[in-house]
Design a protein around this ligand. Structure first.
Ligand code: BDR
Ligand code: CA
Length: 321
């Protein structure tokens, strides 16, 4: 008997690794139905992210997925792009993709998310690979969002690992700590995919070359974008390689966390103006007793996985149109 398909709302800031996550999700279209994609400011402005998403979806052969523009600023701070050195000026490594003629969804991303959650109570999962502003806005519109959805998988945060935006804060959470604080306070069904696990899974230059020489046009485009991304990561890894942040979260949103060390713990967000701003405060005190149950737990924090993410992701990207 065939398993029921996952119904997914994908919230992203497309972004090179968001593009890889999208490619993975589309390659898993027998397991997951993307009901809509919402974009949020982050790696690029929300409108530019939506354009990238439409172009990538067209390239992969899925031109009809609804794409909605979301929040153009963070809850408390105006958006300012400062990651051109990582993702390029256009968010996708400054490569040019053929324009999509598909129209944007008529609703904003938070409105669309709320509409979908109400239409599919208990059945809609969310994957968020950008700042959490759209999800927080959706919570303002529908405070029961946490009860209406299945699982919210988030790429973001750092539990025991260092941050990447500040010594303690990861970029997606650091961009909008107020939004993240709201989400972690209101929802209990969160899977957090932090730097602890995403930094341990990489594409190497050899993987990039395989993508570049692939038949798949989508895979080729990713190979081109990765030149910029890998260039940035040389200073982190000391070799030509890059982290697989958003795709790791996408894989876990589809395959679940059965093959992961992912204790269920209480996570709160530092939204103060102090040096800890943007830190995910994860209660990992159970570490030495195999993480006994915590009564106030709201989040599975993925620390590691047995899945070979790079092998899996490469195979899926190569399988695209
Ligand atoms: C996260 O920040 C963004 O730059 C990436 O797309 C990823 O979602 C990693 O910290
Ligand atoms: Ca992202």
């Amino acid at each position: 008997m065939s398993e029921k398909k996952i119904k997914l709302y994908f919230d992203c800031d497309t972004g090179i690794d968001d593009a890889m996550a999208l490619g993975y999700l589309l390659a898993e279209s027998d397991k997951v139905d993307i009901l809509a994609i919402g974009t949020v400011c982050g790696n690029v402005a929300a409108d530019a992210g939506a354009r990238n998403t439409l172009e990538l979806a067209r390239l992969a052969g899925f031109p009809a997925i609804p794409v909605a523009v979301g929040e153009r600023d963070y809850l408390r701070q105006a958006y300012l792009c400062d990651v051109q050195h990582i993702h390029g000026d256009n968010g996708i490594g400054d490569i040019a993709l053929e324009a999509s003629h598909a129209k944007l969804a008529p609703l904003s991303a938070p409105d669309l998310l709320v509409e979908l959650a109400r239409a599919h109570p208990g059945e809609l999962d969310i994957l968020a690979t950008g700042p959490l502003t759209n999800i927080a806005k959706a919570l303002q519109l529908e405070p029961a969002l946490g009860e209406l959805i299945g699982t919210l998988t988030i790429m973001g945060g750092a539990a025991l690992a260092p941050g990447n935006r500040t010594p303690v804060a990861e970029a997606n959470i650091a961009c909008d700590p107020e939004a993240a604080a709201m989400v972690f306070k209101a929802m209990k069904n969160i899977v957090m995919v932090p730097l602890d696990v995403t930094m341990s899974h990489t594409f190497e230059e050899a993987d990039r070359l395989k993508l570049l020489s692939a038949e798949s046009r989508f895979a080729q485009a990713i190979g081109q974008m990765l030149e910029r991304y890998i260039q940035f990561y040389i200073n982190t890894y000391g070799r030509k390689a890059c982290a697989l942040h958003d795709p790791v979260a996408a894989v876990l949103a589809v395959q679940g966390i059965g093959a992961c060390l992912a204790p269920n713990v209480k996570v709160t967000i530092d939204d103060s103006d102090g040096p800890g701003r943007g830190q995910t405060l994860c209660d990992m005190r159970g570490r030495y007793m195999n993480y006994p149950p915590q009564r106030d737990a709201n989040c599975h924090v993925v620390l590691s996985t047995e899945l070979n993410m790079s092998e899996l992701l490469l195979a899926k990207l190569l399988s695209l149109a």
